[in-house]
Design a protein around this ligand. Structure first.
Ligand code: NAD
Length: 486
């Protein structure tokens, strides 16, 4: 086992680390298959205990002022910044992204904590005029209670912070179940929050399998609401199991980058490559398909391939590596099946297309560009979540728009065109949470609303800045008859 942690990793419940379990799961370095740690595969009973502890802690946590909670968020942010190198290294080892990108993720998490500190102070209610004379009617925002938070492995620090920071700042408590394949990161991150003075029970970490401990925290009546980021299939299951609770569901995408014939092709190619290859394509807002006007599709393919070939695939800890391995076998198998299926059905692979076990693990997958892709191929229809750019050559705006919308997903999209009026008209019609014009599909900042479009499978609700804070609080109305005076 490689030395990553100074502690035996375990659950963190009520401010105490617990390391006993009857079943264990392995934390594996995707770059070489090495076992990094053994982690508890917790039972439903452990999750139930964490909910009870979180519920008790929440009752006193909500009595603190927004200013006290903001101070804590700032202290946590400073501690996260100070631990950036350590956390970055653990992310690289456990998740697989290159060291510099991993440290960037940690720094964004610190920003998220500071943003919540700022916004928590300015969450206000309102006073409402009444038909009845002599009434004062006002609303206040109050925390919901215990939040069930379940997170995926692609951004194992950033995505949890999207829920944890606003929850802490608004007076909620949390039971957090991270993805098994990056649970070691969760342990190290939690340890940083603990050392910075997180009060006992405000955030509780329970490690284990989603269908067991994740299901427990979602369905248990002791949790008031759910924050979930992950696949559409799991999101649907969670919506059923959490029936009646407020939900934030941040699910999958298969974002198109639409490239009109009048686009600046060099910029469009750069955006496509950034959108599709960052984090080895393991981003919900990744460019999952490039929809190009057929007059420029081949040229665009060549330009994107130049970016693909410039990537350095290798050990995430090596200086100079720009793309690490995929995180796990399931993603590799889906990526491989999508690429090989497309080639069998007539697509041409202009670069990449294979896994590189010579680099230490078959999870290394070359950045890939496919031409002559048909809308019916799996690589175009479904989310790949790997470093693949399928290019579809289409005829004019009508076909570009129709194909963009012909998807179960609607998370984030991009349009490249020099005709801003046309691009704007297209953007406002597309069914997606965010459409970026002349920009990569995955551009986003922490305070910008982000989420799935209605009538799609990309999720429910909006995260980002005040939008998450509002979702994590509820409006309570208070009315008062006023006394008459002479
Ligand atoms: P996943 O749905 O398989 O797992 C996500 C989490 O849910 C994990 O922690 C898992 O243990 C847990 N889980 C699994 N089954 C569960 C159940 N029955 N009950 C409760 N929890 C359960 O997804 P993944 O493969 O880890 O993540 C990749 C997916 O996440 C992609 O589809 C990606 O697009 C999506 N994603 C979305 C966003 C967003 O903001 N919209 C961000 C990142 C990732």
């Amino acid at each position: 086992m490689m030395e990553v942690s100074s502690r035996t990793p375990g659950n963190f419940i009520g401010g105490t680390w617990e390391c006993e379990a009857s079943e264990w799961m392995e934390s594996i370095n995707p770059a070489n298959g090495e076992i990094l740690a053994h982690l508890p595969k917790s039972s439903r009973h452990t999750a139930q205990r964490a909910i009870a502890v979180a519920s008790q802690a929440q009752r006193s946590w909500e009595k603190t002022t927004a200013w006290e909670r903001a101070d804590l968020c700032r202290r946590l942010a400073d501690a996260v910044d100070a631990a950036a190198q350590h956390l970055g290294r653990v992310i690289s080892l456990d998740q697989g992204k290159p060291r510099q990108q991993a440290e960037g993720e940690v720094s964004k998490a610190a920003d998220g904590l500071r943003l919540a500190a700022d916004l928590g102070k300015y969450l206000t209610g309102e006073t409402i005029p009444t038909e009845t004379p002599g009434r004062l009617v006002m609303t206040v925002r109050r925390p919901r209670g215990v939040y069930a938070v379940i997170t995926p492995w692609n951004f194992p620090v950033n995505i949890p912070v999207e829920y944890l920071a606003p929850a802490i700042a608004t007076g909620n408590s949390v039971v957090w179940v991270p993805a098994p394949s990056t649970s070691l990161v969760a342990v190290e991150f939690m340890a940083v929050l603990e050392k910075a003075g997180l009060p006992a029970g405000v955030v509780n970490l329970v490690l284990g399998e989603g269908p067991v401990v994740g299901d427990e925290i979602v369905s248990n009546p002791g949790t008031a609401a759910v924050g979930f980021t992950g696949s559409a299939a799991t999101g649907r299951r969670i919506a059923e199991r959490a029936a009646g609770k407020p939900l934030l569901l941040e699910l999958g995408g298969n974002g198109p980058l639409i490239v009109r014939a009048d686009a600046d092709l060099a910029k469009a190619a750069e955006a496509a490559a950034l959108g599709a290859f960052s984090n080895a394509g393991q981003i919900c807002a990744a460019t999952g398909r490039v929809l190009a006007d057929k007059r420029i599709a081949a040229q665009l393919g060549e330009l994107i391939s130049e970016h693909a070939r410039a990537h350095v695939l290798g050990d995430p800890l090596h200086q100079g590596t720009t793309m690490g391995p995929l995180n796990n076998q399931d993603v590799l198998e889906k990526t491989r099946a999508h690429v090989e299926g497309a080639i069998r059905a007539g697509a041409s692979c202009i670069t990449g297309g294979r896994s590189r076990s010579d680099l230490g693990s078959e999870l290394f997958f070359e950045p890939t560009v496919l031409l002559d892709v048909d809308p019916g191929m799996d690589v175009a229809r479904y989310e790949t979540f790997g470093p693949v750019v399928p290019i579809l050559a289409l005829e004019g705006d009508g076909e570009l728009m129709e194909t963009a919308q012909d998807s179960d997903y609607g998370l984030s999209m991009g349009i490249f065109s020099e005709d801003l009026g046309k691009a704007m008209a297209m953007a406002t019609q597309l069914r997606a949470g965010i459409v970026n014009i002349n920009e990569r599909s995955n551009y986003w900042e922490l305070h910008i609303p982000f989420g799935g479009g209605s009538r799609t499978q990309s999720g429910v609700g909006r995260i980002g800045g005040r939008h998450t804070m509002e979702a994590m609080t509820e409006i309570a109305t208070v009315t008062l008859p006023l006394e008459r005076f002479e």
